[in-house]
Design a binder for this molecule. Structure first.
Ligand code: F6P
Length: 367
């Protein structure tokens, strides 16, 4: 069946991630060169579909030189559901969705590519149920999206976190310090787990394995007894003490999404008097999202962008492109947004880490 598509929209939603521009480049190149469609970029995520709308045509010239560029040329917002703010102003949520849908139709768009994480794909799925032909592209440094082995952006964040751990090793050793490095990841520990293994951490704290501070102390003491007077602890921002709660910088409200952050300070402050040893904290924060994507993320982003265009040509709406570990496939959005992808506590990476004497300071960890 010949495709009736002529004009497609694309937007980037949620927090930025290295590789967003590479996806845009691939979408524009494939849509224009292979299918002869035109492409419209929607600015600032879904918010560009509201009110006066913020849209602009994207042509080959707009995406030239974008492969290595971090951020997103379309802009993005990370404030939770795009319609919530308007709904809190008194409008019905359904009306806000309908307004965006009408603007999408008025712009003459035949399909929409949504490049985003779990929040953006949840909104994309809502639009799909309202009749909008959408295809998702999985983005997030957290790698917490269901339905795909990998999101683009993760590999770059992992490299940045690993380099930071490497650098902290030399200074920690020189000063006989315990250094805690807090990494992002929302309520999952993928960045902490993998950078911790790659960087040779002594302790890794992840949200999926509640930790005990006395087990962290025991690990540090054991190292001391072996003549190693420094320790590196990688802390996922969503890690929680057993029986405790995550630490937030901002619990959110209004148009502000909740922001995790600060758990490493809690651990350091609790550990210091137990160990009687200097414990210092480094919070990597947005450094993990900024700058140029790794070669792998450029590759993944390019494959995802072109696969999303192919999915539109095949009429695979309500799907997200995904990576199985060996090929690019499409997965129903319903499945991708059903839950976040957490680290299974018996994951092979967790087992490998324990075999390498890395402690998670959890119930099962001896030392
Ligand atoms: O989802 C990506 C991410 O970087 C998380 O790891 C982090 O918790 C959050 O976004 C931070 O969001 P913001 O940039 O809005 O503070």
């Amino acid at each position: 069946m010949a495709s009736t598509i002529k004009r497609i929209g694309v937007l980037t939603g949620g927090g930025d991630a290295p590789g967003l521009n590479a996806v845009l480049r691939a979408v524009v190149k494939a849509a224009i060169n292979i299918y002869g469609w035109s492409v419209v970029g929607i600015e600032d995520g879904f918010e560009g579909l509201l009110g006066e709308t913020r849209m602009r045509p994207l042509i080959a010239d707009d995406v030239r030189g974008l492969l290595p560029r971090g951020g997103t040329i379309l802009g993005s917002t990370n404030r939770g559901n795009f319609a919530r703010k308007r709904a809190e102003g008194g409008e019905a949520l359904e009306d806000v969705y309908q307004e965006a849908l009408r603007n999408f139709q008025r712009a003459g768009l035949d399909a929409l590519i949504v490049i985003g994480g779990e929040g953006s794909q949840t909104i994309a799925y809502e639009f799909y149920k309202l009749g909008m032909p959408v295809v998702g592209v999985p983005k997030t440094i957290d790698n917490d999206l269901m339905g795909t082995e990998l999101t683009f952006g993760f590999d770059t964040a992992l490299d940045i976190a690993t380099e930071a751990i490497d650098r902290l090793h030399t200074t920690a050793e020189s000063h006989d310090r315990v250094m805690l490095v807090e990494v992002m990841g929302r309520h999952t520990g993928w960045i902490a787990l993998q950078s911790g293994i790659a960087g040779g951490a002594d302790v890794i704290l992840i949200p999926e394995i509640p930790f005990y501070v006395d087990k962290i102390a025991a690990k540090v003491r054991m190292r001391e007894s072996q003549g190693r007077h420094f320790s590196i602890i990688v802390v996922a921002e969503g890690a929680t003490p057993a029986g405790g709660m995550p630490v937030y910088q901002d619990t959110g409200g209004g148009d502000r999404a909740a922001r995790l952050g600060g758990i490493a300070h809690y651990v350091a402050d609790t550990l210091t008097p137990i160990l009687n040893k200097e414990c210092r904290v480094v919070i990597l924060g947005h450094l993990q999202r900024g700058g140029t994507p790794t070669a792998f993320d450029r590759l993944l982003a390019s494959c995802y962008g072109s696969a999303a265009v192919r999915a539109i040509a095949r009429g695979l709406f309500g799907h997200m492109v995904a990576w199985t570990g060996s090929e690019i496939v499409t997965v129903p959005l319903e499945r991708c947004v059903s839950a976040i992808k957490t680290v299974p506590p018996d994951h092979y990476l967790v087992r490998s880490a324990r075999d390498l004497s890395i402690s998670f300071a959890g119930e099962e960890d001896q030392n």
